[in-house]
Write a protein that binds this ligand. Structure first.
Ligand code: GEK
Length: 241
């Protein structure tokens, strides 16, 4: 049973959000009630990984948290000699991720690493997943990370990128934010929880617009980029090398 997220339920001095033990404890409930389409995105990323995995290659899950995308990819890989490398820089997440993965049997090896994704090598990759992780990387460092991923991808390899996005201007951004807050209310979050979480996250997560994402991916060299899911300000893309 996953524990309910009540982190911002009481009035408090709101600190910047971090992926610590308190968050890990409630993470599945938090992400499910906060990200519209999370289940669809995770399962579809697994299917796309199955389709684009190449024999003798690596599949990366960057910012893996508890390993949802790793598990989804692992269920779908049919190619020979593939390995999944799951990386997160939160010790609490990595410990829980290892336990979680042990609960499921598979022949596909998974290497779970505690590391900063801006500092690791990406090599011989057929699939790289960034499921709501790039948004936590400082904006000036995002391009270098994506360039490193592009360089580490084999021809025909893919990047699976899900992000919270900013509307193209303030007017439409407000529309998307209101719709998202309605979604959270419908999932049982109170006004206090919604506003305190917003304050906690605004310094650590700065979304780009969809056009900024698409332009950057094209500039880096990805030949095809397609949004395959969007609900309010949450979207998921595939970019093919
Ligand atoms: C899922 N993909 O459930 N290096 C490594 N990890 C990082 C870094 C970094 N520099 N910065 C942040 N993280 C998951 C959900 S959550 C998204 C991803 C969310 C990690 C951070 O510790 C956290 O586990 C994850 O990125 C972001 O499919 O909570 O909104």
């Amino acid at each position: 049973m996953t524990q309910k997220d009540t982190i911002y339920a009481s009035q408090q001095q709101v600190k910047d959000f971090s992926f610590d033990e308190t968050v890990v404890e409630v993470f599945p409930d938090m992400i499910q009630r906060s990200v519209p389409g999370y289940t669809t995105m995770v399962s579809t990323m697994g299917k796309l990984a199955g389709q684009y995995a190449q024999n003798n290659s690596n599949l990366y899950d960057l910012g893996c948290s508890l390993g949802a995308v790793t598990l989804s990819m692992r269920r779908n890989i049919e190619k020979q000699n593939c390995q999944i490398i799951a990386i997160d820089n939160s010790q609490a997440m990595i410990e829980r991720c290892k336990l979680h993965l042990q609960g499921f049997r598979s022949d596909v090896p998974v290497d779970v690493q505690l590391a900063d994704i801006t500092e690791v090598n990406i090599e011989n990759a057929s699939v790289v997943a960034l499921n709501f992780t790039l948004q936590f990387i400082a904006q000036p460092m995002r391009r270098a990370l994506l360039e490193k991923i592009y360089a580490g991808l084999k021809p025909g390899g893919i990047l699976l990128l899900s992000e919270k996005i900013k509307g193209e201007n303030d007017t439409v951004d407000d529309v998307l934010i209101d719709l998202h807050h309605d979604f959270k209310r419908a999932n049982g979050y109170s006004e206090l929880e919604i506003s305190q979480k917003r304050s906690a996250i605004e310094n650590v997560m700065r979304p780009d617009t969809l056009s900024e994402h698409q332009q950057r991916l094209t500039d880096i060299g990805f030949t095809h980029t397609q949004v395959w899911y969007q609900c309010f300000n949450f979207c998921s893309m595939i970019a093919i090398k």
